[in-house]
Design a protein around this ligand. Structure first.
Ligand SMILES: C[S@@+](CC[C@H](N)C(=O)[O-])C[C@H]1O[C@@H](n2cnc3c(N)ncnc32)[C@H](O)[C@@H]1O
Length: 236
């Protein structure tokens, strides 16, 4: 559908990334204990490594992906960047003439994003977010919903759908996989396949016109992964 949206991606193979990796403990994955660990371990990673994460991902070029969402929205419309990290995409949306609101679970990343963009970024989690009714023209969840536990995803999606205006659209990305994983940095992932994503994004979670596809490419911190992309319209 979109060719390779990462062809212009510039991964920050920088000192920041090397520093980040050097801080990681034993790369062996302890799947059982990790998967029962609180979701806080993931957010703690982002809080503890916010500056390095920002330096390693700030210049990632997602400009081939933005139009998939933005071209469906009214010009100057209101976009929510949910799980915005250090604010790279907020800035891109502002530069394209959109109004933006944002939240992120990491207080440190939210602070960096606020400083970068001038948009006040709320410290908030999908799980606790009191979703407004019909507020946004578009919602962008780039590599963020993937940190929500599988059992909490349907409720998070219903809240996101509710927050969209009629005719609004959501874009989300996940890593491809049949089960949940923990990476060597301690981050927990709810992975999806094309099939499980199609099952999840539908009438029950408040979406229609759903398109799901996959594409291989580098992840934000230099690993190679297969991404599952989802573009979904708010159900009428
Ligand atoms: C892989 S990063 C992606 C950040 C940003 N979207 C980007 O593309 O650079 C995942 C982000 O999700 C945030 N996050 C993790 N769990 C979250 C949750 N439960 N609710 C909201 N944000 C969460 C993290 O703090 C982090 O900023």
């Amino acid at each position: 559908m979109v060719g390779n949206p990462y062809r212009r991606l510039r991964i920050g193979h920088s000192d920041a990334l090397r520093l980040l990796d050097s801080k990681m403990a034993d790369p062996e994955v302890d799947l059982v204990s990790s998967l029962t660990a609180p979701q806080d371990a993931t957010v703690a990673f982002y809080d503890s490594n916010a500056d390095d994460y920002d330096r390693a991902t700030r210049s990632n070029d997602l400009s081939a992906l933005y139009p998939l969402l933005l071209n469906r929205l009214p010009s100057g419309g209101l976009v929510l960047d949910a799980g915005c990290g250090s604010g790279r995409d907020i800035l891109a949306f502002l530069q394209r003439g959109f109004r933006v609101e944002a939240f992120d679970a990491s207080a440190q990343l939210a602070d960096l994003a606020t400083k970068l963009t001038g948009v006040h970024v709320e410290v908030q989690r999908f799980e606790n977010w009191p979703s407004p009714l019909a507020r946004y023209d578009g919602i962008w969840c780039f590599a963020s919903l993937l940190h929500v536990a599988r059992q909490d995803l349907p409720q998070a999606l219903r809240k996101l759908s509710r927050a969209l205006k009629p005719g609004g659209w959501l874009f989300a990305s996940f890593k491809r996989g049949a089960s949940d994983t923990i990476d060597r940095r301690g981050r927990r992932y709810t992975n999806l396949t094309v099939t499980s994503a199609r099952r999840l994004f539908g009438a029950e979670t408040g979406f229609e016109g759903v398109r799901v596809w996959q594409n291989s490419g580098p992840s934000g911190l230099g690993d190679v992964t297969t991404w599952i992309y989802v573009l979904a319209g708010r159900a009428r």
